[in-house]
Design a protein around this ligand. Structure first.
Ligand code: COA
Length: 250
């Protein structure tokens, strides 16, 4: 396990908190596995009704770019740690609430599509810079983002990697609510308490019904993304982009 992910249980709410502030909560393989393990723990524990997914001053700067750069050394058949987490969150039956402050980059934005409630700081900075890194959309975002915010915005965000604020995310329907930065955690907790108090069977049946129309297409989209993402990750274009970031980071 890693100290970069904290799992905290308070009554019926289990919080998975990203805790690598010095790297803006960039996600390592160990962190993905810990997040997946947290979700599996929450699934197995009947006393947990809701999961809160949070960071600190930043939600997450996305996949650790050093890990991306090392992808070429791994077995191409290795599904990758992000996949482990994505499989856990897409199959998770209980409600997930995200509390988003600061940077939410790459999978930091796309994982929100798998959360049932998203509370964003008005000043949060969201971005899916996949093409800037010579990659492609992941986490089902090629299907779910246009469905969520409409193709016009999704195209710009996914093709140009254009950034947007938490306020814009709420206006577009990606976030449930945008609130002042200082109120993000309290608002998300209040909403978690509300959901946790409702009949769990009913909440979970409702979540299943809400997700059902996209379930088969999502599986298909994620399988296609996985193939292309794996190819892109190992491409010369992407490796050059990672090297550029790592050189700048020194
Ligand atoms: N992978 C690895 N390290 C990362 C990282 C990432 N995704 N994001 C940030 N870091 C590291 C930086 O290298 C820096 O490390 P250092 O202090 O050892 O030099 C530290 O975190 C702080 O980041 P910094 O860039 O100085 O902060 P900032 O406030 O100026 O910018 C971001 C924040 C998120 C805009 C910027 O760090 C960034 O663009 N990160 C990459 C995001 C990305 O492309 N993710 C992958 C998406 S698919």
């Amino acid at each position: 396990m890693t100290e970069h992910v904290l799992i905290e249980r308070d009554g019926a709410i289990l919080t998975i908190r990203l805790n690598r502030p010095e790297k803006k909560n960039a996600l390592t393989r160990a962190m993905y596995h810990a997040m997946g393990a947290g979700l599996r723990q929450a699934a197995a524990d009947g006393g947990v009704h809701v999961v809160l997914l949070a960071g600190g001053q930043d939600f997450t700067a996305g996949n650790d770019i050093g890990d991306f750069a090392a992808a070429g050394e791994r077995d191409p058949k290795d599904p990758g740690a992000a996949f482990d987490f994505l499989e856990a969150i897409t199959g998770f039956a209980k409600p997930v609430i995200a509390a988003v402050r600061g940077n939410a980059v790459g999978i930091g934005t796309t994982m929100l599509l798998h959360c049932d409630v998203v509370v964003a700081s008005e000043t949060a900075r969201l971005m899916m810079p996949f093409t800037r890194l010579a990659l492609c959309p992941e986490a089902g975002s090629s299907l779910l983002m246009p469905a969520r915010v409409g193709p016009a915005l999704a195209n710009w965000w996914l093709l140009a990697g254009a950034g947007f604020s938490g306020a814009e995310a709420a206006a577009a329907g990606l976030a449930t609510r945008a609130v002042p930065d200082a109120e993000v955690e309290a608002t998300a907790t209040r909403m978690a308490v509300t959901l946790a108090a409702l009949p769990t069977g009913s909440v979970q049946a409702s979540k299943r019904l809400i997700r059902a129309p996209h379930a088969a297409a999502l599986k298909e989209a994620m399988a296609a993304e996985r193939v292309t993402f794996g190819e892109r990750l190992r491409s010369a274009e992407a490796q050059a982009a990672f090297a550029g970031f790592l050189k700048k980071a020194g």
